[in-house]
Design a protein around this ligand. Sequence first.
Ligand code: PAF
Length: 277
Amino acid sequence: MQVVTTIAALRVRLADERAIAFVPTMGNLHAGHLSLMGLAREHGSCVVASIFVNPLQFGPSEDFDRYPRTLEKDCARLQGLVDVVFAPSVDEVYPEQQEVFVELPAIADVLEGASRPGHFRGMATVVLKLFNMVQPQVVLFGKKDYQQLHIIRHMVAQLNLPVTSIGGDTIRDADGLALSSRNQYLSEAERIEAVVLYQTLQEIRQSLLQGERDIERLQLQAIERLTSRGWSVDYVEVRNRSDLLPPGKVEPDAPREWVVLAAARLGKTRLIDNLEV
Ligand code: PAF
């Protein structure tokens, strides 16, 4: 495994590779990331992981400064799983002020986009830059960031990017909490409570599977439950998997192609999760 920090060194290392599978990350790797690396191995002869905490996708009051940076530990975990770790500095990625951005459709302004204005613009812009640096054939992202994956797939299609995108399943702790670098912000008591977000999604999923179609009511009940337990809820929403829009009027036996998405804050920590139905 080789660790490179410059685009020039990356180009030299990858010059003769013809089947690159690329996993972009912000580091602080957990089992969710590592499972993506394993999946990447099935799709390329050369697996590249990037580790870069992208300032462009954090809002002014978000956790960019305190986001955990654990490069040495991350590299140790990637040993044997990937061929190249690309860990550029902020100056390497943004040698001058970024003035050209990926302009995204309205779907980037709802759900996560409503709570985090500009987040997806910054994310899509760095992802496109990283694609251009690595020039992979296959790219892999976790389904935990469901809307992110949706937006990347849309960008890949609409900008004719020559990559195949693959979504990896969310990896969960034994109690069901989705793995996330932000889980480590949780206090012991919050960590115990955190699983209620997943349980709430499961309950909605179960109700939908049992034929409940009053989606508005399901969403409201979920928000009330979380709020009464001390959560500050950004959204709990049932959406179409295909376009992430709210389902229209649905017949009881219409095909179920939905996803339930939620974001809520427990203390200072903002958690997101989703479940396909
Ligand atoms: O999901 C992430 O970790 C980040 O949004 C990504 C895709 C690496 C872009 O900075």
